[in-house]
Design a protein around this ligand. Structure first.
Ligand code: ZN
Length: 243
């Protein structure tokens, strides 16, 4: 089975549509690692489109925020404003859809979570040290995570737990077999690695071959829709710069 791996769509329909078009014909099933909504202008459109795909989806912190499951006082003012708008905008059907999402999936060789195996909703795996601490928290060879919006592969090098970060090699398939890895596909709708292009990945599940991908999308379209619903300027601007 070939899987489309997407994460952190963040209610950005132009980015999501562009990824689906770019990946067309290359996958049979989609794994979505959470944060379908939050920040972006199209929470319902993104839930509706995702629901049309053969897929599974995990819950992210922004999905939980939209469900009022989190205390959003920990969010900054801009994020809080986006959360409130998302809560008011989501249809009851899409709120129910998000409410039913699980926090962890284990499928064969792969563990799937939004944030980290240790803290599936919250922890940011931002460096090899945090990754190293997480390798003891899942049983499968490979764990797929989102949440940081940065594509990367962390590899455990030895029994002592030394871990290194491998930057993404876009369009170059990588053999994952016989390794312990934590892999982040990057973010579809709000990249934060100083590259505004939408990020996703393709995984050949049984062969264990993985490929990071990147594709430009019409950022201005998303920005225009965000301005029309009065989203904070900082959130609009950051999409153009990918941070
Ligand atoms: Zn996110």
């Amino acid at each position: 089975m070939r899987v489309l791996i997407i994460s952190d769509i963040h209610a950005n329909l132009p980015a999501f549509e562009t990824v689906l078009e770019h990946a067309q014909g290359d996958w049979d099933y989609a794994w979505c690692l959470g944060d379908v909504v939050g920040y972006g202008p199209n929470p319902n459109e993104c839930c509706d489109l995702l629901k049309t795909l053969p897929h599974l989806c995990l819950a992210g912190n922004h999905d939980w925020a939209a469900l009022n499951r989190l205390d959003i006082r920990t969010f900054n003012a801009d994020a809080r404003k986006a959360v409130t708008w998302t809560q008011e905008t989501l249809t009851p059907e899409n709120t129910d859809y998000l409410a039913a999402l699980p926090t962890t999936f284990v499928l064969g060789q792969y563990t799937l979570v939004h944030a980290s195996p240790r803290e599936p909703i919250w922890e940011y795996i931002l460096d090899p040290l945090i990754a190293a601490l997480n390798f003891t928290q899942f049983e499968t060879p490979v764990c797929l995570v989102g949440h940081t919006h940065t594509p990367v592969i962390y590899q455990r090098l030895n029994e002592r737990g030394d871990t290194e970060a491998i930057p993404p090699a876009y369009g170059e398939p990588k053999d994952l077999s016989n390794q312990r890895l934590i892999i982040n596909p990057g973010s579809v709708g709000q990249p934060r690695d100083n590259n505004p292009d939408a990020a996703y990945a393709i995984l050949h599940v049984e062969d264990m071959v993985f490929e990071h991908r990147r594709v430009p999308y019409p950022v201005e379209k998303t920005q225009e829709m965000m301005r029309a619903v009065d989203m904070p300027d900082r959130l609009v601007t950051r999409l153009k710069h990918g941070w």
